[in-house]
Design a protein around this ligand. Sequence first.
Ligand SMILES: Cc1cc2nc3c(=O)[nH]c(=O)nc-3n(C[C@H](O)[C@H](O)[C@H](O)COP(=O)(O)O)c2cc1C
Length: 194
Amino acid sequence: MSTITLAIIIGSVREGRFGPVVANWFADQVDDRFEVDLIDLADADLPHALPATSPMFEPDPVRPAGMRDLSARLAAADAFVIVTPDYNRSYPSALKAAIDWHYTQWETKAIGFVGYSGASGGLLAIEHLRQVFTELNAHTVRDYVSFPRYYLLFDEDGRLRDPEEPAAAATALLDQLHWWTSALVAAKTAPVVA
Ligand SMILES: Cc1cc2nc3c(=O)[nH]c(=O)nc-3n(C[C@H](O)[C@H](O)[C@H](O)COP(=O)(O)O)c2cc1C
């Protein structure tokens, strides 16, 4: 297939967050099979009060003006990589709001994860996100990148002290995303056989 549009989503929005460092590192690992769109949820208006009808049943609800850019970029993406920390053994609420305000934008797309945090390295957030994305009829890929105690792994300039292993993990994740996205796009364009 032609180049895949890969949206890399920065899932944390708090002041002083580390998320952009991890997301930029991952964006640098992406090869020319993909075109990257780096999405920062901090740029979007993401109210917790959701529309009256679930976006599964009303795919185009009235959304705040400050969410329009995000919605369009999610819709344009063929695949996603979510960059998430663990917050109390789960993922940030801004990410949940971004997910719940949309449905078709995620549906039948491949999704991978890059996690970071203290001891748990984002894995608890990732496992919760896998459950959530199943309900959105999306496919989460097996491989992931995890940075437990990320503050020991990155230096003060935001560079990995030992980049080889994470780079290999990123390649494995990208290979799976490419395979699944190619398969899903082919399936969506194939003629339906009765
Ligand atoms: C509200 C909150 C809850 C957290 N819970 C966990 C946790 O359950 N496990 C963990 O390993 N780290 C936890 N941390 C540490 C974060 O993963 C770490 O601060 C990380 O930098 C957060 O990502 P951010 O800087 O992009 O916001 C928590 C941090 C915050 C602010």
